[in-house]
Design a protein around this ligand. Structure first.
Ligand SMILES: [Zn+2]
Length: 416
């Protein structure tokens, strides 16, 4: 018999604050394949770190090859990752969409013919609304230009990608063309970036930057005199060093933070663990490296993503200290569900409840997103049920907190 709390979390709408969802048309055109549906996205990273050959994990997603053969090729390593957060999401997707309680070569092969049914018109939308039971979906489509979504602009919302600017590697010509600005130096570059925000803000939910994949999150104030020669070099096509790119990136991120603050758009920033294998620079990713930026732009709301995992306590400290810091558990449940269960509980007893966002699948396809949504609901239930069981909250208080964490906070933070 589920508790009232479990029932509430299982059935209430859940805001999805971070995805990279491909379009409805791309989903319908994707090859129907049970293995792509249940293993995408991220579990291949755990397979690789368990020791699976890259060739076998790459073949796993090649829908033109035999389903049973592809699964057999990774099966020894699947046994080792089935209990990780990514592995759990694979099992949830298999159960929810293919009625598979365990993964076997013959079971997967027999289930494969269902994959085509999910690619029929309208199914993507149904998966998000009825199976994932999402309130809305926020999408980083790796572009700085946002248009109203063709299916439903109030349900599918978009981020203005700021990663290229924060990293310093953006194309100055394309920015000039897109904003009808002649860029000659700091003043006109600032105007172009401001124009980019103003033009795209009506169709955007936030600006988003994952520059922690290419440079440190450490930020320092840069003045126009420092970046003027860097902009001139860029205009002449002269390559910049990493240090120069960081200086220009710091300056552009500051311009973006100010411009977004002026129009009420939050700035989302990737913090913590890197996707993939074999490259993570832990010295780049700690949320605390951002504190000079957070202090410099108190009028801008910063959403620090992925629970900062594994530096989650640092994120709680930032949210406790800075009124303009919001935390987001997007993607984090699937990376380390027990850590995020504890993170939620630690947050509740250290930082304000209204500044924590709970869910984002961080995937490109609807089935993965729905599986991750189910996973997040289950673990959020464990976090809040423990609060009730330990006498720290009444069940009514836990239900009220769940409503905030699942949807109300996101609507407040993003002005929806
Ligand atoms: Zn992402």
């Amino acid at each position: 018999m589920p508790t009232d709390l479990a029932q509430f979390i299982a059935t209430s709408p859940l805001a999805d604050t971070h995805e990279h969802q491909n379009s409805e048309a791309a989903w319908q055109a994707s090859p129907p394949d049970v293995l792509c549906d249940v293993f995408d996205h991220y579990s291949d990273s755990d397979l690789v770190s368990a020791g699976a050959p890259q060739s076998a994990t790459a073949a796993l997603f090649d829908a033109s090859r035999d389903v049973a053969d592809r699964f057999r090729a990774i099966e020894p390593w699947w046994q080792h990752i089935q209990h990780t957060g990514y592995g759990e999401a694979v099992r949830i997707a298999a159960r929810l969409f293919y009625d598979l309680e365990e993964l076997t070569p013959s079971g997967l092969a027999a289930a494969n013919n269902r994959a085509a049914t999910y690619r029929q018109p309208g199914q993507r939308d149904r998966i998000f609304r009825e199976i994932a039971r999402l309130d809305h979906v926020q999408i980083d489509h790796f572009s700085s230009f946002c248009q109203p979504d063709p299916v439903d602009p109030s349900f599918y919302r978009y981020d203005i990608s700021w990663a290229g600017f924060s990293g310093g590697g953006f194309g100055i010509g394309s920015l000039a063309a897109a904003t009808d600005t002649e860029i000659t130096g700091p003043e006109s570059l600032r105007a172009a970036l401001g124009e980019l925000v103003v033009r795209n803000a009506p169709h955007a939910v936030a600006a988003k930057s994952q520059h922690a994949y290419e440079r440190t999150l450490a930020w320092q104030e840069r003045d126009d005199a420092e970046v003027a020669p860097l902009i001139a070099a860029k205009l002449h096509g002269t390559p910049l060093s990493r240090e120069q790119l960081n200086a220009l990136g710091d300056w552009c991120l500051a311009v973006g933070a100010e411009a977004c603050g002026a129009v009420g758009l939050p700035v989302k920033i990737h913090t913590g663990h890197w996707a993939g294998n074999g490259g993570m620079k832990t010295e780049y990713v700690r949320p605390g490296l951002l504190s000079p930026l957070l202090a410099r732009y108190p009028g801008t709301r910063f959403v620090l993503m992925h629970a900062g995992w594994p530096y989650s306590e640092e994120l709680i400290a930032l949210a406790k200290h800075f009124a303009n810091v919001v935390g987001d558990c997007c993607w984090a449940w699937s990376m380390a569900p027990l850590s995020v269960r504890d993170f939620i509980r630690h947050w509740l007893h250290a930082a304000p409840l209204n500044k924590l966002l709970t869910f984002g699948g961080d995937t490109g396809w609807p089935i993965s997103s729905a599986a991750y949504a189910h996973q997040a609901r289950a673990w959020l239930t464990r976090a809040l049920q423990a609060e009730v069981d330990e006498g720290l909250m009444s069940e009514a208080q836990a239900i009220s907190a769940a409503g905030r964490l699942m949807v109300a906070n996101a609507c407040e933070v993003f002005g929806l």
